[in-house]
Write a protein that binds this ligand. Sequence first.
Ligand code: ATP
Length: 307
Amino acid sequence: MRDENLMRTYMPRRDAASRSTTSTSETQPMSRSAAETGAPTSGLLDSYRVAREPYYRAVGDEVALYEAAYSVRMPIMLKGPTGCGKTRFVEYMAWKLGKPLITVACNEDMTASDLVGRFLLDASGTRWQDGPLALAARHGAICYLDEVVEARQDTTVVIHPLTDARRILPLEKKGEIIEAHPDFQVVISYNPGYQSLMKDLKQSTKQRFGALDFNYPEHETEAEIVAHESGVGVDVAKNLVHIAERARNLKGHGLDEGISTRMLIYAGSLIAKGVAPLAACRVALVRPITDDPDMRDALDSAVTTYF
Ligand SMILES: Nc1ncnc2c1ncn2[C@@H]1O[C@H](COP(=O)(O)OP(=O)(O)OP(=O)(O)O)[C@@H](O)[C@H]1O
């Protein structure tokens, strides 16, 4: 599963002989290119298809809501803390809907060209290379912008014309306007806990999206997920979830974030490999989230309560 995920994360094809250039950035007359209505998604995106059904344990009505949103091509924002299942959900939905999924891990160095595309110089001259957003819009994929708030606001605004009624992407450097393929949709993830006044999405961005709230699942469901993903028995998984619940109560009282479902799966995977539960929990749950000695002691004692 992990290798397949990596493959679906957008990797620009930039060989050694190619380098990006902005020399063609003079304004050019814009031509419009439209995807044929109802056209099947291009074979170009085959490597972005989710080959096998991802394991996803629904926790509410999120699957039906997403399907309804996709049917009207509403851009969707998945809101929730790190490691609670947002990425797994979008992978599952892409598989269920039979659409390719292009994932972009956003960061503050990302430019609009990284999303839209750029001219490259190689031995045979100058050629245009679509960025992940242009690729998805042109050929009809779901484009998942993970942690979009990490990108600068001047980068984020390139999604605006694609996420309102226009559904177009102007490629200014190329002089082309892509009219989005009928299957195209934008999905972004957003962790409300990380936001500050300095780093947040503009209202004009937020108001282009419908939002689905995610959180850590309730006890039994989370234990079921941890057991399934890590290979430990449900009783061990339940104990791991108890420890996480203790830690989550400390959020804002010395911990910035609680222990995520992902961390519980790491701990469970170590235990399933034969690591003693105490050591596994220290490595996978306690040490990564805090350096504060008192907090470590508090969490270690929560671990010893259950193992
Ligand atoms: N409802 C669920 N069904 C199945 N697996 C889940 C579910 N929720 C969480 N998981 C498991 O937890 C792991 C972490 O979830 P995921 O990577 O989707 O988190 P995320 O919310 O996208 O985190 P981040 O914001 O850091 O990208 C997944 O790899 C999966 O194993």
